[in-house]
Write a protein that binds this ligand. Structure first.
Ligand SMILES: *Cc1c(COP(=O)(O)O)cnc(C)c1O
Length: 396
């Protein structure tokens, strides 16, 4: 008799044998710079809490007030009876920030990416996507009937070749993450917009790892690259820098957003964002927009970390994004990175190692993520933990 349990235990064992098993550590504290888990106390250097808004007192207060005023859940999709004033305000706040005509909220950016392509791009159209785009972008594109083209990461010659290959399509869109999450690299948006113009293509940027803290005013990678008025469509998340709860969006021309409200499946067939999340996110946006202070702290922490780690002889990928990959190249790199990350937890610093297939073979790394919530002492403690763990694992 077929039993799925036996079948799956073999698959599960294969995942373990390949060293790819992901264990979940349980936090016994809120998400903040200093966390506790069931096993340890640690400074957290692997959250997407870039601006430290996940437990910001004003965000908590706004969410707590909203719980009383607006209730716990909507128990409805938006178009039936799931739209409160604050959903509309949240969409308006995002449009206002990005300088777009309109914005539509989803439960997550995964859903936003899952819902945007199918509606806008059909069999006569072409979607040209960076090879390192987020899984949700890849899946969203798969759901559309458009012709699909892929270009090597940030490779503008290859992008041009794909645009040539796609000639003749009714609509063409170039799709890229604003920041690539494993490297912290910024997409070359100015060149992408130039090519888009030359070929009559649109540009869609998923700015999840940038919105709120990249660009002088936190407007994201289009602002940082000076192309805010040349990017056609933005997607992004509220689940990272902007409070870190949940929610995603598509922002762009009014007609696009109007059509998404009519046709986009994750929007039409999934529950509205919870009132406390809408209210907390609105406050997070207000804080992120209203002051440069957290962005400056974040930049200072990132610069200090990169400087001290370089002095200590670690190999970092270049850049200025708070995603700071500490590289452990070579055949033994995956094991070294994993052991050093484990050893660092003993020294009170929580970081995560990534290796193949999440990153290319031979490019194992510990991805450190700085936050405005970290103090200078926290950053120094992280560097000290790296040095101590390296000595223990590799010998001094
Ligand atoms: C995190 C992330 C997402 C997913 O966002 P959620 O709101 O958590 O679903 C999508 N795209 C990119 C580029 C991301 O980094």
């Amino acid at each position: 008799m077929y039993t799925i349990k036996d079948d799956l235990s073999a698959t599960l064992q294969e995942i373990r044998d390949a060293g790819l098993w992901k264990d979940e550590r349980q936090l016994t504290s809120p998400q903040q710079a200093h966390i506790t888990t069931t096993k340890a106390q640690a400074i957290n250097f692997c959250a997407n809490n870039y601006l430290g808004l996940a437990d910001h007192p004003e965000v908590l207060a706004a969410a707590a007030d909203a719980l009383q005023e607006w209730g716990f859940g909507m128990a409805s999709v938006r178009f039936i009876c799931g739209t409160q004033e604050q959903h509309t305000r949240l969409e308006g706040a995002l449009s206002d920030w990005f300088g777009t005509e309109d914005t539509i909220l989803y439960s997550s950016c995964f859903d936003a990416n899952g819902g945007v392509f199918e509606v806008l791009f059909g069999k006569d159209d072409a979607i040209i996507s960076d090879a390192l785009n987020h899984a949700s972008v890849i899946d969203g594109i798969r759901l559309s009937k458009a012709a699909r083209y892929r270009y090597a990461n940030a490779d503008m010659d290859d992008l041009r070749a794909q645009l040539e290959a796609a000639r003749g399509a009714r609509r063409t869109v170039i799709v890229t993450d604003g920041i690539f999450s494993m490297d912290g690299y910024l997409a070359p948006l100015e060149q992408i917009c130039d090519l888009a113009e030359e070929y009559g293509a649109m540009v869609l940027v998923d700015d999840s790892h940038a919105v709120g803290f990249v660009g002088a005013g936190g407007g994201g990678t289009p602002e940082a690259c000076g192309v805010a008025d040349r990017v056609d469509l933005l997607t992004g998340t509220l689940g990272k820098a902007l409070g870190g709860a949940s929610g995603g969006y598509v922002s762009g021309p009014a007609e696009v957003i109007a059509l998404l409200r009519q046709r986009s499946r994750p929007y039409l067939f999934s529950n509205a964002v919870a009132p406390v999340v809408a209210a907390g996110s609105l406050k997070a946006i207000e804080i992120a927009r209203g002051s440069d202070e957290a962005r400056e702290t974040l930049q200072r922490n990132t610069a200090l970390f990169r400087e001290l780690m370089t002095e200590e002889g670690f190999e970092l990928l270049p850049g200025s994004h708070p995603i700071t990959p500490v590289m452990f190249p070579g055949e033994d790199g995956a094991r070294q990175a994993a052991q050093i990350a484990d050893a660092m937890l003993e020294h009170g610093v929580y970081v995560i190692a990534f290796s193949y297939p999440v990153v290319p073979q031979g490019q194992a790394r510990i991805r450190v993520q700085l936050s405005a919530a970290h103090s200078e002492d926290d950053v120094r403690a992280c560097v000290a933990a790296f040095v101590a763990a390296r000595d223990e694992v590799l010998g001094s």
